[in-house]
Design a binder for this molecule. Structure first.
Ligand code: FAD
Length: 320
């Protein structure tokens, strides 16, 4: 299978269509339903599909004996299995997201071997979200605190450097490594300059390309790319996009992803009579964003789809 950076090179400056999907909540969807949900987007031939990873959560469970127990559970398991399924069903390159959170370095090495044996050559390396219900990120004992450390481990494995075994291996992994970046700053970083220095650590550790957090104001992306280039970051910077589909998302998206909603979009959606009209406005906004980003020469338009096709297709069919 090919690397994301190979797909970008092969496109020779043409913008690629790509998507991110999420595993279903436990018990809510069969693999057939998941695949049927994303199949309509295959018409646009995405060469790679990201599959998110969702770490464990902690909650109190009421036990049959009347007592309570703190339990740990993953509500959306299945990232690796879904990657394997989409690779075989659609012949696309899956990009599993790999996290620091919830993993020891040993767990990570094991996971990377599983991916390698499945024929998966791409990973998106992330610190990961904070485990619910906590409000501070804590690495697992013996795990990584920052994505740059995880990237360094993956890069080392590509060079045949394992955690403990010495000697020259006969076979090497060959992962292409994506990293996340935030045109409107990561919420924990004190300012954009510090965040940029930390992004550079990920590039120095071995990231091959960047995917951005979603944004609704293209100027934020253009400014960010210019800042990256001025700081010596030369790797591809893929914009992440979300189609606004409900009135409620006007509040939820800025809260969850620490982004600015442009006043023009906000006013139009606020005036809309219902969610159908809001969705139409969101689609049109995203179409205009995509056209401008394509004009700018972005390597790919990467859609956060939540494993649903309709709004992404409504946009992409007008752009590709
Ligand atoms: P990092 O790069 O480690 O940065 C985290 C924070 O620490 C930043 O504020 C940074 O400035 C700072 N920092 C970094 N390095 C250092 C250092 N050496 N010293 C001091 N400070 C430092 N979350 C999931 O749980 N699952 C997913 O599948 C997932 N997919 C995502 C995909 C994309 C494209 C994006 C943009 C985000 C995704 N996330 C996902 C969310 C992501 O995990 C969170 O945004 C997380 O809070 C940060 O992850 P990161 O990899 O950017 O972290």
């Amino acid at each position: 299978m090919a690397k994301v950076t190979d797909h970008i090179a092969e496109a020779k400056g043409k913008t690629i269509f790509s998507i991110e999907i999420i595993p279903p909540s436990k018990g809510s969807n069969s693999i057939d339903e998941l695949l049927a949900g994303i199949e309509p987007m295959m018409e646009l031939k995405p060469p790679f599909i990201d599959v998110t990873y969702h770490r464990e959560e902690y909650f109190i469970k009421q036990m049959p004996d009347g007592g309570q127990k703190e339990v740990r559970s993953r509500r959306r398991p299945g990232t690796v299995g879904i990657c394997s399924a989409i690779m075989h069903k659609f012949d696309v390159d899956p990009v599993p997201h790999v996290l620091c959170g919830g993993f020891t370095k040993e767990d990570t090495e094991d996971l990377l071997f599983d991916l390698n044996y499945l024929g998966i050559d791409n990973v998106m390396a992330l610190r990961g979200d904070i485990a619910k219900p906590f409000n501070v990120f804590k690495p697992k004992k013996g795990g990584h605190a920052y994505a740059s450390e995880l990237i360094a481990q993956i890069r080392n494995l590509n060079k045949g450097k394992y955690l403990y075994e010495d000697g020259e291996p006969d076979a090497f992994t060959n992962f292409c490594i994506g990293a996340a970046a935030y045109p409107e700053k990561h919420y924990e970083a004190q300012d954009m300059e510090v965040d940029m220095l930390n992004l550079k650590k990920k590039i120095e550790a071995g990231a091959d390309y960047i995917v951005t957090q979603m944004f609704f104001d293209n100027q934020k992306y253009f400014d960010f790319v210019n800042k990256c280039r001025a700081n010596g970051i030369t790797i591809p910077i893929i914009p992440g996009l979300k189609v606004l589909a409900t009135k409620k998302q006007l509040e939820i998206l800025p809260e969850l992803f620490y982004l600015d909603m442009p006043a023009e979009l906000r006013n139009a959606v606020e005036k809309s009579k219902d969610n159908n009209e809001a969705k139409e406005i969101g689609i049109e906004w995203c179409v205009q964003q995509c056209k401008e980003l394509k004009e700018f020469g972005v390597p790919a338009l990467h859609f956060y789809t939540m494993s649903k096709s309709a709004t992404t297709l409504a946009v992409a069919k007008q752009v590709f």
